[in-house]
Write a protein that binds this ligand. Structure first.
Ligand SMILES: Cc1cc2nc3c(=O)[nH]c(=O)nc-3n(C[C@H](O)[C@H](O)[C@H](O)COP(=O)(O)O)c2cc1C
Length: 187
């Protein structure tokens, strides 16, 4: 399976990167091809909402010529896209949100009978770390993600929320959760 992971934390050795690293390691052990994209190193400009992308359902027709376009094209090629982000103010981080907004260009005719998507039937998964509980904190980010998968006509492959303090405190329990999550999302 061709997999891309979109890492939305700035910290390369933080909670999200550590857990994502365990997930990626297990995906590779299972024989999958994993491309890891560190979003903070990319130029991903905001969606303009211009809807130019709606004029061509056959390709990623976003007019913004930046790194976001190449990432969207990789999403359209991948069997599975894994979004990984810390929770920032009950939502995903800015670069994660930026690529999600730009993925508007993957879909045409949402809510219409001819609703089409360049990621139709592909798997999408979400990994989030946060300092607080899931309830009344991380929940809205997951609800929004489930709606996004529906917008994509995709397949929800799995979701994982991990309440964290510091990376040094991430123990074998969390690693086991990461490994189980990897096995699940790769189906
Ligand atoms: C700007 C900012 C906003 C945050 N907002 C939340 C939040 O709304 N809920 C929460 O549980 N944790 C919140 N946190 C804590 C982080 O989500 C948490 O420490 C996360 O695991 C950090 O991941 P990282 O080490 O990969 O950067 C916030 C942290 C920062 C810096």
């Amino acid at each position: 399976m061709k997999i891309i992971t979109l890492m939305g934390s700035s910290k390369k050795k933080g909670n999200t990167a550590t857990i994502l690293g365990w997930v990626e390691e297990h995906l590779r052990t299972l024989g999958h091809e994993v491309e890891s994209i560190y979003l903070h190193s990319k130029e991903i400009n905001p969606c303009l909402g211009c809807a130019k992308c709606k004029e061509d359902a056959t390709q990623v027709a976003c007019i913004r010529q930046d790194d976001g376009l190449a990432i969207l094209e990789k999403m359209a090629q991948a069997d599975l896209t894994l979004f990984a982000s810390p929770l920032y103010f009950w939502g995903l981080t800015s670069p994660t949100k930026a690529i999600i907004d730009r993925s508007y260009s993957l879909v045409t005719n949402y809510h219409k009978p001819d609703h089409a998507s360049l990621v139709e039937g592909r798997r999408q998964a979400l990994l989030v770390t946060g300092g607080g509980d899931f309830a009344n904190n991380a929940e809205p980010a997951f609800t929004a993600f489930e709606r996004l998968v529906n917008f994509y006509k995709g397949t929800s492959a799995g979701e994982l929320y991990v309440k964290c303090t510091v990376p040094e405190a991430l123990d074998s329990d969390v690693k086991n959760q990461a490994v189980a999550f990897a096995a699940k999302i790769a189906g």
